[in-house]
Design a protein around this ligand. Structure first.
Ligand code: ADP
Ligand code: ASP
Ligand code: MG
Length: 407
């Protein structure tokens, strides 16, 4: 029998009762003859609580110390889960990311896994033990503890699955699969039985929190079959795999939303070569992630450039743009927060030009103004006022009839 990697998120291990329940699930998988490696997140909201604690001490904690702090959350859940499994008479060992051989680069708080030395994992599995690995953390080649960014346990699970050549990586969460929209916002959203890596990559990066974007990227790169399931029931989940394995290409697979958007416009910019280059170079040099960019048509000798960033980076971005404004003699800057990005994703839209128009019409009919638009082959995104975000998601979801069982 093969190796199964399972990952349980924060809600799934949110209380002692839940931890005992997860222990039973793991034992049931083991009893079917599989070797099991389980990756767990910190209990419930404990990562947020650790962030709050740090905020009460300092406004500017060092990234290294933040990682030391945040990594403790997962150490609590791995040890408790191992105790629960041992209590039921099974051989088990818990491992921190470092003990599991997970190496990362040195970018604290959003480190990338660079390699996994699977020696220890293999040894424990071969000894017949259930292995419990702390998600979200690793160590640098120099021995420092790092974390992988919020939601990073998904990536740990996929990377471990690739490193031990697991049959499947099962992501257990509080919903029983990937839906056509966040089921907390759209109660009649339907579950997708299959979704391609590319569609899932777009959905995740456009705000569908159910999988961390990096986890999907890693799964695609290493061809790891991922199943998203609920730890609260035994329903069939969603399989994430190569697009060609899917029977039919859907026009629109889902609607995603991201409430963390701010827009910055620099207007009255001279319409000469080099301006956009110096603006976005300055933002990049300050490690600011720019998402959408729109440049207007020139009005005589000037034009306007708008772009979006996350709300946390808005202040820093405005400071950078202020400097550029002086250098290039632009007329002014304005900025807005409390914006949201609403996106539709579907592999079938590349050959259907009407899809974007349908989305814009749906928003217009509801009186929702679109601030910016961007498109790729398999997605269309619109920036709207955050106050309208939830309505926008529901309206678009309805318009494309995604509530009907979508296979
Ligand atoms: P975990 O703690 O298990 O990692 P997360 O909170 O990170 O769980 O992810 C699960 C949540 O993702 C769900 O509760 C759901 O509200 C949200 N979500 C957003 N978009 C989607 C979607 N398209 N399909 C399923 N869940 C989604
Ligand atoms: N505990 C971390 C977080 O809350 C990692 C994870 O849950 O995946 O982001
Ligand atoms: Mg998560």
């Amino acid at each position: 029998m093969g190796i199964i990697v399972q990952k349980y998120g924060g809600t799934s291990v949110g209380s002692p009762e839940r931890i005992i329940n997860v222990a039973e699930r793991i034992i049931a998988t083991k009893n079917k003859g599989n070797s099991v490696i389980t990756v767990v997140s910190a209990m419930g909201d404990s990562t947020d609580e650790l962030l709050d604690l740090a905020a009460q001490i300092t406004r500017n904690p060092s990234s290294r110390e933040m990682d030391m702090l945040l990594a403790t959350g997962e150490q609590v859940s791995i040890s408790l889960l191992s105790m629960a499994i041992k209590e039921k008479g099974y051989e088990v060992v818990s491992l921190t990311g470092a003990q599991a051989g997970i190496y990362t680069d040195t970018v604290h708080k959003k480190a990338k896994i660079t390699r996994i030395d699977n020696t220890r994992l293999k040894r424990e599995i071969e000894a017949g033990k259930i292995v419990i690995v702390a998600g979200f953390q690793g160590k640098t080649e120099g021995g420092e503890i790092t974390t992988l960014g919020r939601g990073g346990s998904d990536t740990t699970a996929v990377a471990v699955a690739a490193a031990v050549k697991a049959d499947v990586c099962e992501i257990y969460t509080d919903v029983d699969g990937v839906y056509t929209a966040d089921p907390r916002i759209v109660p009649n959203a339907s579950k997708l039985d299959f979704v391609s890596y590319d569609e899932m990559l777009e959905l995740a990066s456009l705000g569908a929190l159910v999988l961390q974007t990096r986890a999907v990227e890693y799964a695609k790169q290493h061809k790891v079959r991922v199943a998203v399931k609920s730890s609260f029931n035994n329903n069939e989940g969603t399989i994430v795999e190569e697009g060609s394995a899917m029977e039919r290409v859907r026009l629109v697979s889902g609607v995603a939303h991201d409430l963390n958007v701010a827009k910055i416009t620099i207007y009255g910019v001279p319409d000469v070569p080099g301006i956009a280059g110096s603006l976005f170079r300055a933002l990049a040099d300050n490690n600011i992630n720019v998402d959408m960019i729109v440049q207007s048509n020139p009005r005589g000798t000037i034009n306007d450039i708008s772009f979006t960033v996350s709300q946390e980076e808005q202040k820093k971005a405005v400071q950078v743009v202020e400097k550029i404004k002086e250098e290039v003699n632009a007329e002014g800057i304005n900025t807005r927060d409390k914006l949201a990005k609403i996106s539709i994703v579907g592999a079938g839209m590349q050959s259907n030009p009407g899809v974007a128009a349908t989305m814009f019409e749906a928003l217009a009919n509801a009186g929702i103004n679109i601030e910016l638009i961007s498109t790729s082959e398999i997605k269309v995104s619109c920036i709207v006022d955050a106050a309208n975000a939830k309505d926008a998601v529901k309206i678009i979801h309805d318009k494309f009839k995604l509530g009907d069982k979508n296979k």
